[in-house]
Design a protein around this ligand. Structure first.
Ligand code: SF4
Ligand code: FE
Length: 482
């Protein structure tokens, strides 16, 4: 089976035996849990759109391994055009879900692990790339959602992995056996963990010899013995338990993050892609981070499209759409959003082939892309809140609107233009609240800041890749400085 339907994806998740804790309880059925389900729907959309002929160009690709059609999320980019299509696909999915659809971490991980294992084998004579290709083939055949996992809890930031008081603060090898390795530790704020079939672990920082046990990359089934998850809270998440459809803002879709714990998990050698080759951990981190920084030039733009649209609708419902300052604010929001997109497209178009044959983005431009993402969504959100007005955070609940007596009062006093129902006005304002302050704010705001690396991580890469010396030479030549 090369392409799963949305329904098949959902059924395949039901077969997993995931150990998930949410609000202090072990979840029996994650797929139908009201807090988790909207995030599953977002990933499901990556399967559903791949079935739709009008999106086939963006959502699917031809496998370089088999020549068969695969979901783009399982594909190794074979050209700069593939990189551009990836960003376009992510914008589309952001538009359709107004949430994080989670599956990109696996796509970014396979592309980074592919080129890194190839170069590692070339230099060190190891045999990781061939193993990795076997995993990739399975992933493509089964159309798996793979959870690329990089970020360790990290403990005391001033100490390297091996110097931490608690050795588990970075994922590490605790035992090497003839048939495989045993690993312990955790990955923090792990996007999409509960909606994934497999996990692909990578180290989180560049390592030295002392940290060789921490330079480890491997894949494991999401329900492997010893793996468990603690689900992350989101602002307003319990609104999903209330049963209505207005106050949640986005009833159908969401995203999630979880703490992913490895408690002495056995990994057979065939699933190990790095084990002690510390000098290649930096390369893997840099490449994964680069791909994921490119991703943000697509997904956040798609969510931005929905937010800008919601602000424009709110202005109409308020009767303010013709005010020149409102029009100008909407223009500013579009300008900022398209600037993010421009960077996502630019770093893709400037991509190049790696030694293994897949394509990688221009790292400088991908880091500029993500640096902008740490800023512009905040300004877009600020302008959306400005246009929406204070009612977005002070209006009564859906239950008040539906109440036999006070419902009439809510209806009367919260109507904007007479032609639009109060319910519709409440719906659009709650959507803006959801994206700027509620559950989707995780993906649109704080994740824009810290996801794919906090702002300083991009600034370090920009300083490394920016080639200041060459710029100095340009200036000296023009100025005639000898
Ligand atoms: Fe994909 Fe964006 Fe979510 Fe990352 S934040 S997994 S790029 S949707
Ligand atoms: Fe992310």
């Amino acid at each position: 089976m090369a392409l799963k339907t949305g329904q098949q994806y959902e059924e395949s998740l039901r077969k997993l035996n995931l150990k998930v804790y949410l609000q202090g309880e072990l979840v029996k059925n994650p797929v139908d849990h009201p807090i988790i389900r909207p995030s599953m729907n977002s990933v499901k959309m990556t399967y559903e759109l791949a079935q739709d002929p009008q999106y086939a160009e963006l959502m699917t690709a031809t496998s370089h391994l088999t020549g068969k059609k695969v979901n783009r999320f399982c594909h190794l980019h074979q050209s700069a055009d593939d990189l551009v299509k990836k960003v376009k696909m992510q914008r589309l999915l952001g538009q359709k879900t107004a949430a994080c659809f989670q599956r990109c971490v696996g796509m970014d991980a396979i592309n980074a692990v592919d080129s890194t294992t190839f170069e590692m084998d070339q230099k060190l004579g190891t045999k990781y790339h061939e193993r990795f290709n076997k995993f990739l083939l399975k992933m493509q055949e089964e159309d798996w959602t793979v959870d690329g996992a990089m970020t360790d809890p990290k403990g005391d930031r001033s100490l390297s992995p091996s110097k931490q008081v608690d050795p588990d603060l970075f994922v590490h090898v605790v035992e090497k056996r003839e048939d495989g390795i045993v690993v312990s530790g955790a990955k923090a704020h792990q996007t999409g963990a509960i909606n994934s079939h497999w996990i692909l672990v990578m180290p989180t920082i560049s390592m030295t010899k002392d940290d060789a046990d921490y330079a480890v990359s491997f894949c494991a089934p999401a329900d492997a013995e010893g793996v468990f998850y603690i689900y992350g809270r989101q602002s307003c998440d319990t609104r999903k338990l209330e049963g209505g459809s207005i106050d949640v803002g986005n009833k159908q879709f969401g995203g999630h993050e979880a703490l992913m714990v490895f408690d002495n998990v056995f990994i057979p050698w065939e699933n190990v892609f790095m084990c002690g080759e510390y000098e290649f951990s930096g390369m893997l981190v840099e490449r994964f981070a680069g791909y994921h920084r490119q991703s943000y030039g697509g997904c956040k733009v798609g969510v931005g499209d929905v937010l800008i649209g919601a602000a424009a609708v709110a202005a109409e419902f308020n009767g303010a759409a013709k005010a020149s300052h409102v029009k100008d604010k909407l223009i500013e929001m579009m300008h900022l959003n398209e600037t993010l997109y421009a960077c996502g497209i630019a770093c893709s178009a400037e991509g190049h082939k790696t030694a293994s044959g897949n394509y990688i983005i221009d790292l400088l431009l991908a880091n500029v892309c993500k640096q902008n993402v740490t800023r512009f969504p905040y300004e877009i959100a600020r302008l959306a809140e400005d246009i929406a007005g204070g009612l977005m955070v002070t209006m009564p609940s859906e239950k008040d609107l539906r109440h036999p007596e006070i419902g009439k009062v809510v209806e009367k006093y919260f109507r904007g233009v007479a032609s639009v129902s109060t319910e519709n006005r409440m719906r659009i304002l709650r959507l803006i609240e959801n994206i700027t302050l509620g559950t989707a704010a995780v993906g649109y705001r704080t994740e824009s800041m810290h996801g794919a690396g906090s702002p300083q991580a991009q600034r370090i890469m920009i300083s490394r890749q920016g080639n200041l010396d060459q710029k100095k030479e340009l200036a000296k030549a023009i100025a005639g400085v000898k």
